[in-house]
Design a binder for this molecule. Structure first.
Ligand code: GTP
Ligand code: MG
Length: 299
């Protein structure tokens, strides 16, 4: 029995903080500019999302208006908070009532502690694009400290990310969230290290096909010195936006299959993106040279 099949993922936070926006961008081929037409979520929107082929992500997008939050914490408490694998709590960075947001968050984590004490908690400081780039790191650090203090028993394991639908930060956070739900990741990791041994790869990243989220990464000693540590989430962002644009163009809401192969030969590196299994793509970063790239491809 795996964690993803059985347990649910709760997406919570104040109304207008951006929960449904991120859900539709990550899982339904919306582009960032498409989310403005979303209305407020009434009650809970349930979705069962197929992931890595045979896993199902049971996502509960919980409308954040006060009246709904009130029922989650009273009449629907055990229904909402039992059997939770992950809670994702979204804070709007522009909120003028951060103290009140924190108080609600504390009520939510208390309910979670009561019904699903082993859940993982992720807090997203969202709409970070609205903060001057110079101050972003500092703002997230400040909020993180306050959120941690309000997290009760989850304070130690809490993970906080600054996110925006307008850049790759959204993909970094969601990659990490999804990663915490996948069983047998160690098997995949061993396989990638094996592939690394057979090739001269410096980095190998595994992407889930439908979402193009990076679910696993291995890096060699040489690879650790490579620039651009945010390469994976940038790639997720670029390819997802490309797919969503194609979907818009063709009218195919599920999005067309992205089945291109890329091989880039640059003076300082080579890079391959290719389908690995039915549900994954692999990205391999190699030293420059056609021979290495061809060898890696065969392997
Ligand atoms: P409820 O369903 O009422 O709980 O709200 P919600 O959390 O689902 O909010 P929703 O996703 O509907 O987003 C509200 C608004 O926030 C949308 O109009 C988006 O355009 C905007 N928004 C979402 N994410 C971002 C972001 O990263 N940056 C900025 N600037 N705006 C965002
Ligand atoms: Mg919503």
């Amino acid at each position: 029995l795996n964690k993803m099949e059985k347990k649910k993922v709760l997406l919570m936070g104040k109304s207008g903080s951006g929960k449904s926006s991120m859900r539709n961008i990550i899982f339904s081929n919306y582009r960032a500019k498409d989310v403005r037409r979303l209305g407020a979520t009434i009650d809970v929107e349930h979705s069962n999302i197929k992931f890595l082929g045979n896993l199902t992500l049971n996502l509960w997008d919980c409308g954040g208006q006060d009246a709904f939050t009130g029922t989650y914490l009273t009449t629907q408490k055990s229904h909402v908070f039992s059997n939770v694998g992950v809670l994702i709590y979204v804070f709007d960075v522009e909120s003028r009532s951060f103290d009140r947001d924190l108080a609600t968050y504390t009520s939510i984590t208390n309910a979670l502690a009561e019904f699903s004490p082993s859940a993982d908690v992720f807090a997203l400081v969202h709409k970070i694009d609205l903060v001057n780039p110079e101050f972003r790191v500092k703002v997230v650090a400040n909020r993180e400290a306050a959120i941690q203090e309000a997290s009760g028993p989850f304070a130690k394991s809490l993970k906080v990310f600054g996110t925006s639908i307008w850049d790759q930060s959204l993909y970094k956070a969601w990659g990490s969230i999804v990663n915490s739900l996948i069983p047998n990741l160690d098997v995949m990791e061993r396989y990638l290290w094996g592939l690394m041994g057979e090739t001269k790869a410096e980095e190998i990243t595994l992407f889930e096909k439908a979402t193009f989220l990076a679910v696993m990464k291995v890096t060699s000693e040489i690879g650790k010195k490579n620039p651009y540590p945010d390469r994976d989430e940038k790639m997720s962002n670029i390819i997802k936006t490309f797919k969503a644009s194609l979907a818009k163009f063709t009218g195919d809401t599920a999005g067309p299959d992205f089945c291109e192969k890329f091989c880039i030969s640059a003076p300082k590196f080579a890079l391959i993106i290719e389908e690995l299994t039915k549900n994954t793509y692999v990205m391999v970063v190699l030293p420059p040279g056609e021979a290495e790239a061809n060898c890696a491809r065969l392997n």
